[in-house]
Write a protein that binds this ligand. Structure first.
Ligand code: PEP
Ligand code: MG
Length: 580
């Protein structure tokens, strides 16, 4: 049994077999044979070893003619390793004594050597050679039996170095139960998507892909950032019990609070909304008591396709959402492409600082046809529901004005053509860059609402990459600087008489609910929606006056450690039960 600590990014407990997503995307579907099948497995193994060795020798000849003998030696050495008697013996022992399939024997043996090599200064540089051999042998052995992430045969926990947007796009959501990754930070893609899917996830585990093997039993505790590889029976039992207790108390909370408003005993209402990546997420949001959608991340429309969506495709997606929501509100955010998100244009020159580069609204301004198609579709959908539009990554008033001008031009065109749309459609600005928070008073005069995107606001104000596990400890939502920027934004919104919501992942962490209430935000938009009943419970048990006092104390702390301490003390005092 091996225990690993990572970053908790999506709560819940999952127990299942590891699907190790390697560079090849290979997974071993069968692990064990009957004793009678051992001879056949050994023959399969021998054949794969011979073929792989032959392949390597041919490769060495080819490489020698192209790159010279030094490079070719690498492949000669690989072929030599395959012919090594101790290698062969280790594989065949596992087949005949432990009744492993040939591929499982190979994976287990190579993983075992990998660990030994890693612990030895002289052998460590050869680890990549082992990885290469493993892939080569598994490719031969599995042939057509290779299993892809998109067509899983059973429920699995996906273990990967990091998940690219396109890998996530192909995830079979019926079969994937959790994610555990080497890389990633608190608001990385894996984190956001796991939350949206309501799946537990732990990221920033460092080397989990080396420690776990395909087919291992694994527990992912997304609430505490723990991953347990090959747990013993006692641990399994304990986690099974916790999982069913968690599911049961979730159901009880939902039953108790689903139809109650999030209102403090002294009458302050907090609007509770959900974040979605697709209209398919809406039913789950409503089932958990969301009053509407506070953030629709429309860039996910790009996920499964090569070319940008047409106006009609945008419109279809928005209409699906509107039909599911009735007259409940939906805030559609215009495309937030680039940086950590999807780039529609793989030909663009790699930027040195993509987070500070041509991302989001800036990208849309340089591709106005993209934004115009989307704005037309949003406007058309506004004729059928309670639709609002919001622009991301606003860093100055003129950007907001420029985006609004594009919208007004389309309105004028619709007027000329007699197209239906909501003339009073609200236009919002995301506050996710420090300059926007500092100039919030000017921005507030130019729009109908604010939505604070703390995922980016934290990364830009604290200079901490939101997706980098090496600096994840510095990513502190409770940092007084972040809280003061939120407070400035709220005050500017109040002064201008516009509502202000918060839609970053911070909104979904119940330990911050009382604080955010006290800071004066009008709404929280969360993912996963399962946290909504718990947030309601907190809001209904704290007076607005106490929450404001709490916010005031935390806000004036000198550093993040002090503000966290204050927050914990106040939560303990104010909240009915300790926060798990
Ligand atoms: C944010 O930055 O807080 C936000 C909600 O936007 P995203 O996570 O999509 O960048
Ligand atoms: Mg953002």
């Amino acid at each position: 049994m091996d225990l690993r600590q990572g970053l908790p990014v999506s709560p819940g407990i999952a127990i299942g077999q590891v699907f190790l997503l390697e560079a090849e995307g290979v997974r071993i579907p069968e692990h064990f044979i009957t004793p009678e099948e051992a001879e056949r497995e050994v023959q399969r193994l021998e054949k794969a070893l011979q073929e792989a060795a032959q392949e390597l020798k041919e490769l060495a000849v080819e490489v020698e003619s192209k790159a010279g003998p030094k490079i070719a030696e690498i492949f000669v050495a690989h072929a030599g390793m395959l012919g090594d008697e101790s290698f062969r013996q280790e594989f065949t022992d596992r087949i005949s004594q432990k009744h492993y399939t040939a591929e499982f024997a190979v994976a287990r043996s190579l993983r075992h050597w990998r660990k030994l090599f890693q612990g030895d200064a002289f052998l460590a540089p050869r680890v990549a050679d082992l990885d290469d051999l493993e892939r080569r042998l598994l490719r031969r052995l599995l042939g057509q039996k290779r299993e892809e992430l998109s067509s899983l045969q059973q429920e699995v926990i996906v273990v990967a170095h990091d998940l690219s947007p396109s890998q996530i796009a192909t995830v079979d959501t019926e079969r994937v139960k959790a994610f555990a990754t080497d890389g990633g930070g608190p608001t990385s893609h894996t984190a956001i998507i796991a939350s949206a899917m309501g799946l537990p996830a732990v990221v920033g585990l460092g080397t989990i892909t080396n420690e776990a093997s395909g087919g291992d039993m694994m527990i992912v505790d997304g609430s505490h950032g723990l991953v347990i590889i090959e747990p013993d029976e006692d641990t399994l039992e304990r986690y099974r019990a916790r999982r069913s207790k968690g599911a049961e108390s979730g159901k009880v909370l939902l039953r108790e609070f689903k139809d109650l408003p999030a209102e403090t005993p002294d009458g302050r209402h907090l609007e509770l909304l959900a974040n979605i990546e697709s209209p398919k997420d809406i039913p789950r949001a409503l089932e958990h008591g969301a009053e509407g959608i506070g953030l629709y991340r429309t860039e996910f429309l790009f996920l499964t396709r090569e070319s940008p969506p047409t106006e009609h495709e945008h419109f279809e997606a928005y209409m699906e959402a509107v039909r599911k929501l009735g007259d409940r509100p939906i805030i559609i955010r215009t495309l937030d492409l680039g940086a950590d998100k999807f780039s529609p244009d793989t030909r663009v020159v790699r930027e040195r600082n993509p987070f500070l580069g041509l991302r989001s609204l800036r990208y849309c301004f340089s591709h106005p046809e993209l934004l115009k198609a989307q704005l037309r579709a949003i406007l058309r959908a506004s004729a059928y529901g309670n639709v609002k539009v919001m622009f991301p990554l606003i860093s100055s008033v003129d950007e907001l004005q420029r985006a609004k001008r594009m919208l007004e031009e389309i309105c004028a065109e619709f007027d000329r053509k007699g197209e239906e749309y909501d003339r009073d459609m609200e236009v919002g600005a995301m506050i996710e860059v420090p300059s926007a928070a500092v100039c919030a008073d000017s921005l507030a005069r130019q729009c109908d609402f604010f939505s604070i995107g703390t995922n980016d606001l934290i990364q830009y104000s604290l200079a901490v990459d939101r997706a980098n596990e090496h600096v994840a400890h510095l990513y502190r939502p409770e940092h007084p600087a972040v809280l003061r920027l939120i407070k400035m934004t709220v005050e500017a919104a109040n002064k201008a008489g516009i509502p202000v919501g918060l839609c970053g992942e911070m909104a979904s962490v119940v330990a911050y609910s009382a604080l955010l209430l006290g800071l004066g935000v009008d709404s929280l938009s969360v993912a996963p929606p399962q946290v909504l009943p718990e947030i309601k419970k907190i809001v209904r048990s704290v007076s607005f006056a106490d929450a404001k006092r709490l916010a005031d104390e935390v806000l004036h702390a000198d550093d993040p450690a002090t503000s966290l301490k204050r927050l914990e003390e106040m939560n303990e005092r104010l909240l009915p039960e300790p926060i798990a």
